[in-house]
Ligand binder design. Structure first.
Ligand SMILES: [Zn+2]
Length: 322
């Protein structure tokens, strides 16, 4: 009889640590950390009292020598600085992720607010009648004092297991995935998820980027992964048949792009589009991420020549198919 997922994780000495997380989305009520061979940790969860309490209950924390970060978002990397100071753990992440964590921490609040305001003006959110969103509230990650840069195809030897690093794009600057070929285990972070479609949105300081194009190119390269490999995601339970989830993610982005194309038949602003993209009904709060996700869809249409963009006399961008 083939081993169950739990038996395979046991054999590989991988433990799931479910950390609490408050969020507006039902599928985002926790974040996972993965402890391998007792000495390595992949992601840490948020920096808050509830998360620290769960860690405090874990055995032999002093044995942890290395913390690997899938990406720099505060719900995954929040407690890295604590592991570094409390246990002298080495921190590993991609240089691009480190740069964005350092930038976000160093950024003056004024600068961050200005970037957001400029973005919202460009998206038409400041016009009369448009929905002004509620700002992101995640806070920023405290950067580690030192880090070891992860590189594509780097091999990590962890007390009996060997993990190969793959660097992605789309959900954040340069997220890392970790594949243990022999055991058939893949740590996916937020790049491939079992329930929800990974968030892809523009950042306020790079509002013209095409993260959706990068995400879809990344996913295509993972569509044929061996279906028996067990994926360990940032949120949700371990799962197999990664290719099926990858195709579901791609279909979901394609459906959103198709909806966006229909919605830009006549010139519109990003703010005009929100109701048709997200079913944001009257009275429901609009959030920053509605705008950043819509902008990612629009930027991809512009980048692929499916839509045009120009600035209206009121300062907001207009988009139209063709
Ligand atoms: Zn994330």
């Amino acid at each position: 009889m083939p081993l169950t997922i739990d038996q395979r994780l046991d054999a590989a000495r991988v433990r799931r640590i479910v950390l609490p997380m408050r969020s507006d989305m039902p599928a985002l009520q926790h974040v996972n950390a993965w402890r391998v061979a007792g000495t390595a940790v992949f992601d840490t969860g948020k920096d808050d009292a509830e998360t620290r309490a769960v860690w405090d209950d874990q055995p032999d924390l002093g044995r942890i020598t290395d913390v690997f970060c899938t990406h720099g978002h505060p719900d995954h990397m929040g407690l890295v600085h604590h592991f570094e100071t409390a246990f002298a753990a080495r921190v590993h992440l991609a240089p691009e992720e480190m740069a964005s964590v350092v930038d976000a921490a160093r950024q003056e609040q004024d600068q961050a607010t200005r970037w957001r305001q400029t973005f919202l003006r460009d998206m038409g959110a400041l016009q009369i009648g448009a929905s002004v969103p509620i700002p992101f509230s995640g806070g920023s990650t405290i950067p580690p004092f030192a880090y070891r840069p992860l590189a594509e195809d780097q091999v990590l030897s962890l007390d009996g297991s060997t993990w190969r690093v793959a660097l992605g794009r789309g959900h954040s600057q340069r997220p890392a995935l970790f594949l243990e070929d022999r055991l058939g285990i893949l740590i996916t972070g937020d790049q491939i998820l079992p329930e929800m479609t990974p968030y892809v949105g523009v950042a306020f300081d790079t509002p013209d980027a095409d993260p959706l194009g990068e995400m879809m190119a990344f996913l295509l390269s993972w569509a044929d992964l061996d279906h028996t490999i067990v994926a360990l995601p940032g949120h949700g339970a371990p799962f197999t048949d990664v290719g099926r989830r990858v195709r579901a993610h791609l279909n979901s982005y394609q459906r959103r792009l198709a909806r966006t194309i229909c919605a830009v038949a006549a010139p519109v602003t990003c703010a005009d589009l929100l109701p048709s993209l997200f079913h944001v009904s009257a009275g429901q709060p609009v959030l920053d991420f509605h705008y950043t996700m819509a902008a990612a869809l629009l930027n991809h249409l512009v980048a692929t020549g499916a839509a045009q963009r120009w600035r209206g006399t009121d300062g907001a961008f207009r988009y139209q198919a063709g």
